[in-house]
Design a protein around this ligand. Structure first.
Ligand code: GLA
Length: 391
């Protein structure tokens, strides 16, 4: 593969010629089921053909040297493989170091380090989970080299733990799960409460998934994200006054929520909880519609999801709203919504293949006029989860 050939030249120049192993780890996009993974809800993501490539050579000592071709200005980053702590000097490599540390704490100790060259095709800051992609990649590299015999779901959980505890982002399980467990041409219906899942073929019948990146400069996603989680946890604690055995917001039906919502004092927290309950139901309805080939209904539910994320969960912002509203007006656009954490990042749209050019033109013009800079477009392919690439 051409990408690996180019990477090998960089590898040899940075670290000296050596025999290398090849890996690929995808990014992810979520079709529907947003901001419910940490509330025991259902999500419907898929892994992307855009992702992170790695060339890896084991070393004989305990040191690792990592280099990203996308972050050339950061140079080669070095660390020892045991007792790792978050270090701002590691920069992007904290996702690698964090996974090494989390596996070590779980009893899976690396006994040597690695030289690694990384090349990512995911646009930075687009909300397509480049961090989860790196974490699961690291877990798979360690698992392959040290025969830990971890199954993918265990690696997914450890990768999420690395993000929560080492990096400090209180994310749910969706991103790492989609990255690790992705399957070509399928989306995954995942129950984040039980981790039960099934694959659903994304048969889009003359349509494609189009990702549109707002290109919004990086915003303070982490603090707003953690705040939404706290509001929902507080709402749950109040609902438990009326239903003591309630374990998660998404365990409620809309009808149960209507009866219980009086227990939530703060109107904002009431709205947050309402989004969670409705978005969970919407996701199940959407998957059912897709499986009956009712793309029109699926598209309508995508729109409803965006509106709820805007009005009830308040995680969209002018950039994402502008993209979604423009998309809804394009003939041949079946559905469009923000995807991922929000605040910036990307939308996902289902667009008829013969309307994609017009879709891009219309969104680029309208968005640039209002926001002052252009968005970028990616027609997404759906890939398998993180794996070693055999020669
Ligand atoms: C981010 C988090 C996920 C999920 C989404 C919102 O991508 O990492 O766990 O909560 O936001 O659905």
């Amino acid at each position: 593969m051409k990408i690996f050939e180019d990477m090998k030249k960089t590898f040899d120049a940075k670290f000296g010629a050596a025999e290398t192993q090849k890996y690929f780890s995808p990014g992810r996009v979520n079709c529907i089921g947003e901001h419910v993974d940490y509330l025991g809800g259902h999500v419907f993501p898929c892994a992307l053909t855009l992702g992170t490539y790695a060339l890896v050579a084991p070393r004989t000592d305990n040191k690792s040297r990592v280099y990203s071709m996308n972050m050339a200005d950061k140079g080669v980053i070095e660390f020892e493989m045991s007792g790792l702590k978050y270090n701002s000097a590691y920069d992007w490599a904290n996702y690698v170091a964090g996974t090494v540390a989390t596996l070590e704490q779980a009893g899976y100790k690396a006994t040597n380090g690695f030289d690694i060259v990384i090349y990512g095709t995911l646009p930075a800051g687009a909300g397509l989970s480049s961090s989860a992609s790196l974490e699961v990649l690291t877990a798979v590299i360690l698992n392959e080299n040290f025969n830990f015999n971890l199954d993918m779901v265990e690696m997914v959980k450890l990768s999420q733990k690395a993000e929560n505890e080492f990096v400090g982002v209180n994310c749910g399980i969706m991103d790492q799960f989609a990255v690790g467990m992705g399957k070509k041409d399928c989306a995954i219906l995942l129950d984040c409460n039980t981790l039960e899942y099934r694959y659903s073929p994304l048969k889009l019948d003359g349509c494609s998934l189009v990702i549109t990146n707002t290109n919004k400069p990086h915003s303070l996603v982490t603090s707003a994200y953690n705040e939404r989680r706290q509001q929902c946890e507080h709402a749950l604690a109040q609902l438990q006054q009326g239903k003591p055995d309630l374990k998660a917001l998404c365990a409620l039906t809309k009808e149960e929520f209507a009866e219980l919502k009086k227990y939530i004092n703060d109107p904002i927290e009431q709205l947050r909880a309402q989004h969670a309950v409705e978005e969970n139901q919407r996701t199940l309805e959407a998957v059912e519609a897709l499986e009956k080939n009712d793309l029109k209904k699926f598209g309508q539910l995508m729109k409803d999801s965006h509106v709820s994320l805007c009005e009830k969960y308040d995680v969209t912002g002018v950039e994402l709203d502008t993209l979604a509203e423009l998309a809804w007006r394009v003939d041949g656009c079946i559905g469009s919504r923000m995807t991922g954490a929000g605040f910036g990042g990307s939308t996902i749209s289902i667009v008829q293949d013969d309307a994609i050019e017009e879709f891009k033109r219309y969104l680029e013009n309208g968005y640039t006029k209002k926001i002052g800079y252009a968005p970028s477009f990616y027609v997404a392919g759906i890939a398998d989860g993180t794996h070693r690439v055999k020669d």
